[in-house]
Design a protein around this ligand. Structure first.
Ligand SMILES: [Zn+2]
Length: 141
């Protein structure tokens, strides 16, 4: 019997989804997908400098799984840099702990637990508020 495949925990949605090399027309570009859990592995180990065991704990996966994940992530980022590919952060079996609520009127940003209902902007009261997790929700999992 196979173990149930648990969602990997991600602290916050990535702020940027697409990275594109300069000076290459889009029609000539190949792209590569970096899944959101691969992105999180890079953020925890290489950006924040966490040990693999600590990073694995944060994502609620085993240390060997984390080590495989980060190797895959680094290889994809290397391909994007060396071969000049567009890098798209998308997909993965993930769940965000928090999200960023961003007001499209005044630009105010607030980090809130994910799945909290988003109403009005705290600063200006506008209802034109966007949830940064939403741009990743329609990805195929
Ligand atoms: Zn506002």
């Amino acid at each position: 019997m196979s173990r149930p495949y648990r969602k990997r925990r991600i602290e916050l949605p990535p702020s940027i989804k697409n990275f594109k090399p300069c000076g290459i027309p889009r029609k000539d570009l190949q792209s590569i997908s970096l899944s959101i859990d691969e992105y999180e592995a890079i953020r925890l180990a290489d950006y924040k400098g966490l040990e693999h065991s600590e990073a694995a704990e944060q994502m609620e996966i085993s240390r060997p799984t984390f080590s495989r994940l980060i190797e895959k992530s680094r290889n994809k980022i290397a391909q994007a840099i060396i071969d000049g590919k567009e890098l798209i952060v998308e997909g993965g079996n993930v769940e965000f702990r928090n999200t960023v609520k961003r007001c499209k009127e005044c630009g105010d940003e607030e980090i809130i637990p994910n799945n909290t209902s988003i109403n009005n902007c705290n600063e200006c009261g506008s209802r034109n508020v966007e949830d940064s997790a939403s741009k990743f929700i329609n990805n195929k999992i």
